[in-house]
Design a protein around this ligand. Structure first.
Ligand SMILES: C[S@@+](CC[C@H](N)C(=O)[O-])C[C@H]1O[C@@H](n2cnc3c(N)ncnc32)[C@H](O)[C@@H]1O
Length: 262
């Protein structure tokens, strides 16, 4: 996982000017928190891998007390949201979520668009922390999971992105996507036109809902529901869901603590 800090800091330097702002995506995520929690009452929310902090800020603006943990320099962008979090509040910790110590428990733990870094054992370590240390007994964890079917379909794709300074994108970049069917891992590689020899990649382990359920075994968490696009269903009773085959590169896993867990 040595690549994590460097990859997200470098790409954050390329894209942060354009992307560190609250958009409809962040407001949709806040609506998902309220829908899966079953109410919109102010609560304690922990956001893992919070990137620039836009979703965390939108969550605070909805009235919640938010703690966000982000290891890369993307965390530095969150300062721009600091004065505008009422009626809630936001604390951003520039730390590794495998090591960070956090006081108290949370009604909601979110990990938007980031789960799958490292080995299966690493994911299980993180899931166990969510279940054992961070969630309240009736809390809910919302975790975006990379969908293998769509990522596999992107294998071999290359894109050339031209600068769009009017939108805050100042770099000419290339992206190549590949997919390893043996380890079920997507590899997303980027380089700048000014230095094609310096390539950086993110590697994301993808899980079907059935494989995610297996991964959860012993972590204290169970897969309660999945949200795919705008549809929420039980993970075992989802006839069809064609969006999972071809459209949605990730789905939202709704996790709860196993009944009877101390
Ligand atoms: C794909 S980005 C998504 C950022 C944000 N959640 C969003 O949706 O815009 C994943 C983020 O998780 C962060 N991350 C990955 N591993 C981490 C760790 N061990 N501790 C803290 N942050 C981590 C990365 O630095 C990166 O900013």
């Amino acid at each position: 996982m040595d690549w994590v800090r460097d990859f997200y800091s470098t790409t954050g330097g390329w894209w942060g000017a354009a992307e560190a702002r609250i958009t409809d995506r962040d407001r949709r995520r806040v609506a998902l928190i309220h829908a899966h929690r079953g109410n919109a009452r102010p609560g304690r929310v922990l956001e893992l891998g919070s990137g620039y902090g836009a979703t965390a800020a939108a969550t605070a603006q909805a009235g919640h007390t938010v703690t966000a943990v982000e290891v890369s320099d993307r965390a530095d962008f969150a300062a721009r949201f600091a004065r505008d979090t009422a009626p809630g509040s936001l604390v951003v910790l520039k730390e590794d979520f495998y090591a960070v110590r956090l006081p108290g428990r949370f009604d909601v733990v979110c990990y938007w668009n980031g789960f799958g870094v490292g080995s299966d054992a690493d994911q299980r370590r993180l899931l166990a922390r969510i279940g054992d240390e961070w969630l309240t007994p009736d809390g809910v964890a919302l975790v975006d999971v990379a969908n293998p079917f769509v990522w596999a379909g992107w294998d071999g794709d290359e894109e050339h992105r031209l600068p769009r300074p009017e939108l805050g994108y100042h770099h000419e970049l290339y992206e190549r996507t590949s997919f390893d069917p043996v380890t079920c891992t997507a590899v997303d590689t980027w380089w700048s036109a000014t230095d094609p020899t310096q390539r950086i990649s993110q590697r994301l382990r993808c899980y079907t809902p059935a494989d995610l359920s297996l991964l959860l075994t012993g972590t204290g968490l169970v897969l309660d529901r999945i949200t795919v696009g705008d549809r929420t269903s039980a993970p075992t009773a989802s006839p069809g869901l064609p969006e999972l085959l071809r459209e949605q590169h990730e789905y939202l896993a709704v996790l709860r603590r196993e009944a009877g867990r101390a």
